[in-house]
Design a protein around this ligand. Structure first.
Ligand code: AMP
Length: 491
């Protein structure tokens, strides 16, 4: 007889893996909004979309991100496939973009090649607020240009991306120099830390031997205190790197982009050279709600109702963001970051090709937007409902639905419903501004009814003019005019 323990195990309902999450239908609007903004920015700045696979040769990341980095050492999902090849789920986007650049001979295209991406990434990290094991990033990469003006342009793009959705952010900038500067800086840094070794965390003691730059962005408190007084990368740049950085800052000044010079910013990946930057959200200060003076009578009522007031002003946010003191490196809540990676293409086997990129996390961005109640607009909310009564009206409505959709309206319908009442109830629930209604009488007269859902007023209009008539009415509600192909008339 099989043991009950075994069968219980089999029956256990599978659950989400730790650090993973479902994106529910009601939350999709946030994701749609960000996808739309990313696409818009990409189009405006001339970036073409590149989709690389989620699974790549593990060596791609060990060679690019770096063997001694946290990402490769501790966080990569790496396994052998059925063929015995060592493969990894991508932990970041730049390595795949560079592989594709080399593999598709993009060096032969007009330079620089500007590409962007948006999708899932995987890091086996300790799950906590703002940190998942599967998360989404979008990123912009400019490959094949070393002029510092491009550094400033990519930072401007990143900064404006957030500013234009009304999220207050700061741009943190530093330069880590080239390989030559690294060698010189590494020596000075190791000297500084050697006498302070006992105060370092175990990870940093190890990093001191292998990758001392990493000590600067360690999240342990004692290490952060030491990092405050550590030698700064910018004081150890070679002449060319220094000149490059000065020009980058001049361009930023010219563009009037506010930035903070952050000497401890080194980023967690090995491939960065010269300019590095991050976008940090400004600490959120919830608006103070002015309470009117309470009359004795009101005070009494609050007491009786168990004082619901506090509940009412609570803002529900998910997940809870981490509070960081202003003078510290925010350990988990940078919204995004990037920098130059001038040696990476060559390291990966291509021709020497300078490049720069930026990537932003989507989960953290959504948390910030929700926390601040920032409007994202009803980008998918239907504006018009097509209602019909009777078989021949349904046929006409089916075609009208397509015509309205092609004219650029967001349209809803319920062709399977027969009565007008359930259709109007649904239109109301969806929250459309107008319903267009067609029945037997309208077919005979060549007309259609347009019903204002708020006032309930119905007007009869010529069926052929339904599109401009709907457009005219929607404009009154501030819905922008659609570009309508004049050849498309409803028949
Ligand atoms: P990085 O590639 O580490 O520079 O990350 C760029 C951005 O991606 C970060 O600023 C975060 O917004 C986001 N990000 C990185 N790791 C995670 C994670 N484990 N969970 C959620 N978002 C992440």
């Amino acid at each position: 007889m099989p043991s009950t323990k075994g069968s219980e195990k089999i029956k256990k309902t599978p659950q989400l893996l730790r650090g993973m999450k479902d994106i529910m239908p009601e939350d999709q609007q946030w994701w749609d909004f960000i996808r739309m903004r990313v696409d818009n920015v990409a189009r405006a700045y001339g970036f073409g979309r590149l989709d690389t696979p989620l699974l790549e040769d593990a060596a791609l990341f060990t060679r690019s991100v770096g063997k001694e980095t946290d990402i490769v050492e501790k966080e990569m999902y790496t396994f052998e496939d059925k063929n015995g090849s060592l493969v990894s789920l991508r932990p970041e986007g730049t390595a795949g973009v560079v592989r594709a650049y080399i593999e598709h001979g993009m060096l032969n295209r007009p330079q620089p090649v500007k590409m962007y991406y948006l999708g899932q990434f995987f890091r086996y990290d300790r799950p906590q607020a703002g940190r998942y094991r599967q998360f989404y990033q979008f990123g912009f990469e400019v490959v094949g240009e070393q002029n510092p003006v491009i550094d400033a342009q990519v930072m401007m793009l990143a900064f404006n991306f957030y500013a234009e959705i009304n999220l207050p952010v700061t741009l943190q900038v530093n330069s880590v120099g080239c390989g030559e500067c690294h060698d010189e800086y590494r020596k000075v840094l190791v000297d500084y830390y050697r006498s302070r070794k006992n105060s370092l965390c175990e990870d940093c003691k190890r990093r001191l031997q292998k990758n001392p730059l990493r000590l600067l962005d360690c999240k342990q408190e004692d290490c952060q205190v030491l990092a405050q007084d550590a030698p700064q990368t910018v004081d150890h740049l070679c002449e060319e790197c220094n000149e490059h950085f000065v020009k980058v800052l001049e361009h930023l000044d010219e563009l009037e982009i506010p930035y903070v010079l952050n000497s401890r910013l080194v980023r967690g990946l090995d491939y960065y050279t010269r300019t590095v930057f991050e976008i940090w959200p400004e600490p959120y200060d919830p608006p103070k709600i002015e309470e009117p003076e309470e009359t004795d009578d009101k005070k009494d009522r609050h007491k009786k109702s168990g004082n619901k007031k506090e509940e009412e002003i609570e803002i529900s946010v998910e997940p809870t963001p981490i509070e960081e003191p202003k003078n510290k490196m925010p350990s988990q809540n940078a919204l995004g970051g990037g920098g130059r990676y001038d040696d990476l293409v060559e390291t990966m086997g291509g021709q020497p090709t300078p490049a720069i990129g930026f990537s932003g996390g989507i989960e953290r961005l959504i948390t910030e937007l929700r926390l601040r109640n920032l409007p994202i607009g009803d980008i998918e909310k239907p504006e018009v409902f097509v209602a019909q009564l009777g078989d021949s009206a349904r046929k006409k409505a089916l075609k009208l639905f397509e015509d309205l959709r092609q004219a650029g309206f967001k349209v809803a319908e319920s062709f399977s419903k027969d009565g007008l009442k359930p259709q109007m109830e649904l239109a109301d629930k969806i929250g459309v501004k107008f319903a267009v209604i067609i029945g037997q009488k309208e077919i005979m007269d060549g007309t259609i009814l347009i019903r204002d859902m708020e006032s309930g007023i119905q007007e009869t209009v010529d069926f052929k003019k339904v599109i401009p008539e709907v457009q005219k009415r929607l404009e009154k509600y501030g819905v922008k005019a659609k570009v309508i192909d004049p050849r498309k008339t409803v028949i």
